[in-house]
Design a protein around this ligand. Sequence first.
Ligand SMILES: *Cc1c(COP(=O)(O)O)cnc(C)c1O
Length: 356
Amino acid sequence: MSRYWSDIVHRLTPYVPGEQPVLAHPVKLNTNENPYPPSPRVLDAIRRELGEAGESLRRYPDPTALKLRETVAAYHGIHANQIFAGNGSDEVLALTFEALLKHDKPLLFPDITYSFYPTYARLFEVEYRTIPLDDSFAINVDDYVAPNGGVLFPNPNAPTGRPLPLADIERLLLKNTESVVVIDEAYVDFGAESAITLIDRYPNLLVVQTVSKSRSLAGMRVGFAFGNAELIDALNRVKDSFNSYPLDRLAQAAATAAYEDDGWFRDNCAKVISSRERLAAGLTTLGFDVVPSAANLLFARHPGHDAATLVLRLREREIFVRHFKAPRIDQHLRISVGTDAECEILVNALREIFGA
Ligand SMILES: *Cc1c(COP(=O)(O)O)cnc(C)c1O
């Protein structure tokens, strides 16, 4: 603490990212990264962009990431002016709070959800109200039909992985027309239905996606918002009042190439989904209750073992999973889906810990 701090800094509760252990071979199942590398075309594109002597780095990148947006627009069959590109979807979400969710009525989001949302709300001084998930951790969209300054949730939800059918999102959009509905689709490619297909029909729908999880590019920091051109314009206005160049050249080239290699993307998603189902079966056999997941993670609790203790016992074996000391979920583990080999190491370690 310091007397030089701004007032707001005293009131912030910063997000705590998952640990990035400095170990040669950790079994890292704590930050939902993809266990497979990005497409080889991504590396080629980065090398091409750099050139022989890195001469391209002298120049600022395209502030609008037009080529990337055109590639992603063609991929989804929409227009480039319906896409905003930012420095990871976390930045896209932050700009969204400032541009679209700051109103005189409270923003609504679930009580159990991505823990960055309340952090942004405090930073941008956005009033919010949390809506409890039901006992099976499902979102009931009818609970969100109340006067609000915006509605925000991930689909599939984080940290549960539980998906919501697109029909439910459309039901919410039909009833909630006075504020923006933001669907954070960080995990959508692992088995949920994207709401991008609805943006032409609902001018208040904003869909946020990332290349961090399903396209193995968490290290490049690229995220998107999809929506009506007027919503996208609001994000551009805030971006150009803050940082005109959120995406560097290498990130733009890498993300473009990742969208150009659809086969690589689909194969990796299929592998992760198959490993998820195997891991869910393995955990269930060990006695865990596993929340149905359409993401690259499983949210599970064991009725006979304390979650925080399990985290420590796994850590001793250099296996990392995530645990949140938060109401309703402090007995759950959030386990990222790794390769089959990594999942097996985890299941064997748990079996050993249980002494079974
Ligand atoms: C991982 C994640 C993000 C952030 O993704 P980046 O693009 O890496 O910033 C956003 N929302 C949810 C729900 C996530 O799980």
